[in-house]
Design a protein around this ligand. Structure first.
Ligand code: MEV
Length: 316
């Protein structure tokens, strides 16, 4: 009987890109998932009936290399998440693949911390740089805060280290948030967007100050969320978006969509979510229906998000 694993996508409320450089980030698991089935195969890994393609299946290949080197698998996967869409499909795929492969080779489920850490290494290798944000929220589910020094709110779950950096992963209880998620329809590879920010940092040292600003906004955003002050949360989302614009990962289409969403009465704030360059935006609003129809008129596909969903699940 094949092993089944599933993991959720995510939205980043605050802190994308800056978290790669040691600033905090806050994310929620989405109620949209990737599901994978895995069993050992006699020779050569096969994905959805076709031999593993090193380019198309880069995350699966790297996840298997780390979790179960020299073993071959028959894998099937399906997804509710747009790929390269800013909502964590590669992280969910890495987490589900690592967890399924470890379960097959060991005969029992691996600890969540081990899965999160190997899935992070998978993303790091494929993307050239990453933070453990996306893979940690895909593993833990709910709301996750990455804290550089461990002094931010929440219950510590695990710690992930790489080079000089340490990320303390905390679970945090948040009130249910009225969010709309919209996909621009434009795919953008996280690796390319991370490279844009890295080049900017190499050529313009003042960009470091933008990252620090995002860190401050994230901490203020967490405080506003815990105080239930949605107006302040929305204003901070707008400011976070402006910082991401300054880092070069906003696009004219994302700018148009976030501006249109902000103009809808009942909206608190809007920002791109994830790596940018296309992908998705999130809107905090009491008027989800009007925001959805406004964004849809402008060509995006929008849905009211149930955020804070279940994390990794493995069976049997
Ligand atoms: C992408 O969803 C989030 C980034 O911060 C990259 C990462 O943290 O690995 C852009």
């Amino acid at each position: 009987m094949p092993v089944r694993a599933s993991a959720p996508g995510k939205i980043i409320l605050f802190g994308e890109h800056a978290v790669v450089y040691g600033e905090p980030s806050l994310s929620l698991a989405l109620d949209r998932r990737i599901r994978i089935e895995a069993e050992e195969a006699p020779d050569g890994t096969v994905v959805n009936g076709e031999p593993l393609d090193p380019h198309r299946h880069a995350y699966i290949r790297q996840a298997l290399r780390l979790a179960a080197p020299h073993r071959a698998f028959r894998l099937r996967n399906e997804s509710d998440l747009p790929s390269a869409g800013g909502v964590g499909s590669s992280a969910a795929l890495s987490v589900a693949t690592v967890a399924a492969a470890l379960r097959v080779v060991r005969g029992h489920a691996a600890p969540l911390h081990e899965v999160a850490s190997l899935a992070f290494e998978t993303e790091w290798t494929v993307q050239g740089a990453a933070s453990p944000n996306d893979t940690s929220v895909a593993t833990a589910g709910g709301a996750v805060l990455l804290s550089p020094d461990g002094r931010d709110p929440g219950v510590p779950l695990w710690k992930i280290e790489r080079g000089e950096r340490t990320w303390n992963v905390h679970r945090i209880e948040l009130p249910r948030l009225p969010l709309v998620v919209a996909h621009t329809g434009m795919r953008a590879r996280t690796a390319d967007q991370v490279a844009i920010v890295r080049r900017l940092l190499d050529t313009d040292p003042s960009a470091r100050e933008v990252l620090r600003d995002i860190g401050r906004i994230t901490r203020q955003g967490v405080a506003a969320l815990l105080a239930g002050d949605l107006s302040r949360v929305g204003a901070l989302m707008d400011r976070n978006h402006a910082c991401l614009h300054a880092l070069g990962v906003d696009t004219p289409q994302l700018a148009r969509l976030t501006a249109a969403a902000r103009a809808v009465p009942g909206t608190y704030g809007a920002k791109l979510t994830g790596a940018g360059g296309g992908g998705s935006l999130i809107v905090l609003t009491d008027n989800a229906a009007d925001v959805q129809s406004t964004l849809q008129r402008l060509g995006a596909s929008a849905f009211a998000a149930v955020a804070g969903a279940r994390g990794l699940e493995v069976s049997p």
